[in-house]
Design a protein around this ligand. Structure first.
Ligand code: NDP
Ligand code: 2IT
Length: 451
């Protein structure tokens, strides 16, 4: 980092000293931008603006549980950057949610959305509400209360939220219903909607499928493929499930999945039948991954340990790793375990699952490494396709959407790969993605006048 960039970073820390996840996301990007700023020194003013969200909304979300007890959660929407399109990004419902986490996610989203090539700015939101163990009726009351405030801040041409951790089809349905009632209009204000009311085919699959399309392109640069590859996947939610499915489509062998209570290792491989069992467990019965080990023979379940947290999942020996649960789930030691286990490629399905130390371990050991803002962009890209279909008031077929998604992922890979080469850092997808994502937003910001 040169001195000018360092002073921007220092001011971010001085302003919000209690936001470590946000600092981490900003530092990773600023670390990459040096060469791009040497070409365009005036872009430093854009950087100074980009580390501050355009708008942050925080609100109270009161709701009653099934026993008639009142709960009061916090709701947020961080409208980070709208230089290239309406704010766009998911909503996360998880007890850990706070402004640091949402600012990191919103900041990442700006670069990710730019990389998709679609006209979308970046935003993120959510709540510290914990949907785990809550009835459908409780989740509905929470979503309705959340939207009774959020609706006045969003709109199809202003800010288009979607899902993230703890927000899937059920929650989007309740949120959309409440928006429609309050705004008295039917527009594409949310993505990830159900098919009968404006959703897009392939949106549920898109992040996981896109991740594997991206990883396939990375492997191809080394003459390798998923065929016969052993793959460690973490998480067992939306991203992990469909990453697993696409790995199977390409002839690979997924062997692990996890949730916050621990992980399963299935040496025989998670096949299609077992995957559909997991989908039913997680999406309909809302059960724990431990039940997989109780249901199938020869499967180990390892409980996750509290601090000091060494995520044992990553001691799995294999060719590929697709972290798909949450931020900072692979630290430097865990990265070393993966390297010792013979990993060839690591592609982030989650947002920032690898710590800076982990990324350094991968890069120093010549492991192919893709940052989430490039490799998990398929979800938001397909959200962009859902927005287009809603605006056109028509819907595309499964094949059409999948082809567009695949083309977008191939293009993001090419753009990140070629940008890294052009700036003298061949094979560095972190630098390539950050610079390519930045340049489009920077040029747009300069052209419009910094506001
Ligand atoms: P889901 O809620 O569907 O699944 C999340 C999975 O991760 C669950 O298995 C969950 O376990 C586990 N998990 C969540 N938090 C923790 C934690 N603190 N410690 C351990 N395990 C945890 O979310 P998604 O699959 O949608 O999201 C997963 C990741 O992918 C997130 O980082 C998200 O930001 C990112 N992402 C999602 C996109 C999307 O379209 N959905 C697009 C791009 C990125 P448990 O149920 O026990 O909490
Ligand atoms: O992190 C992400 O890109 C998402 N959660 C998806 C956002 C979206 O608007 O589809």
């Amino acid at each position: 980092m040169n001195n000018v960039i360092k002073s921007v970073y220092d001011s971010v820390i001085a302003r919000d000293p209690d936001q470590p996840e946000f600092h981490q996301a900003v530092e990773e990007v600023l670390d990459s931008l040096g060469p791009a700023l040497e070409d365009n020194p005036s872009h430093i003013d854009v950087v100074k603006g980009m580390v501050e969200p355009e708008r942050v909304i925080q609100f109270r979300v009161p709701w009653y549980d099934d026993d008639g007890q009142l709960h009061v959660n916090r709701g947020f929407r961080v409208q980070f950057n709208s230089a290239i399109g309406p704010y766009k990004g998911g909503l996360r419902f998880h007890p850990s949610v706070n402004l640091s986490i949402l600012k990191f996610l919103g900041f990442e989203q700006v670069f990710k959305n730019s990389l998709t090539g679609l006209p979308m700015g970046g935003g993120k939101g959510g709540s510290d509400f914990d949907p785990k163990g809550r009835s459908d009726a409780e989740v509905k009351r929470f979503c309705q209360s959340f939207m009774s405030e959020l609706w006045r801040h969003i709109g199809a041409d202003l800010d288009v939220p979607a899902g993230d951790i703890g927000v899937g089809g059920r929650e989007i349905g309740f949120l959309f219903g409440m928006y429609r009632k309050l705004a008295n209009e039917f527009t594409g204000v949310l993505t990830g909607k159900g098919l009968p009311y404006g959703g897009s085919l392939i949106r549920p699959e898109a992040t996981g499928y896109g991740l594997v399309y991206f990883a396939r392109e990375m492997l191809a640069t080394k003459g390798k493929s998923f065929d016969g590859a052993t793959v460690a996947i973490s998480g067992s939610g939306n991203v992990a499930q469909f990453a697993c499915e696409k790995v199977l489509d390409l002839g690979g062998r997924p062997v692990t999945m996890s949730d916050s209570s621990g992980y399963i290792f299935d040496a025989k491989g998670i096949d299609r039948e077992k995957l559909s069992w997991i989908m039913d467990l997680k999406n309909n019965r809302r059960g724990r991954i431990k039940e997989y080990a109780e249901n199938f023979d020869g499967v180990e379940f390892t409980e996750s340990k509290p601090e000091p947290n060494l995520n044992q999942l990553w001691r799995t020996q294999g060719d590929g790793a697709l972290p798909g649960a949450t931020q900072n789930e692979i630290n430097g030691n865990e990265a070393k375990m993966l390297v010792d286990g013979g990993v060839i490629a690591v592609a982030e399905g989650a947002n920032m699952p690898c710590t800076p130390e982990a990324v350094e371990v991968f890069q120093k050991n010549g492991i192919l490494f893709a940052p989430g803002k490039a490799s998990n962009a398929g979800g938001v890209a397909t959200s962009g396709l859902e927005m287009s279909q809603n605006s056109l008031r028509m819907s595309w077929t499964r094949e059409e959407v999948d082809q567009k998604l695949e083309a977008i992922m191939v293009n993001i890979h090419k753009n990140a790969f070629e940008t890294a080469e052009r700036y003298g850092m061949p094979g560095d997808y972190v630098a390539g993605a950050n610079i390519a994502g930045f340049l489009k937003v920077a040029e747009s910001t300069m052209a419009q006048g910094i506001l």
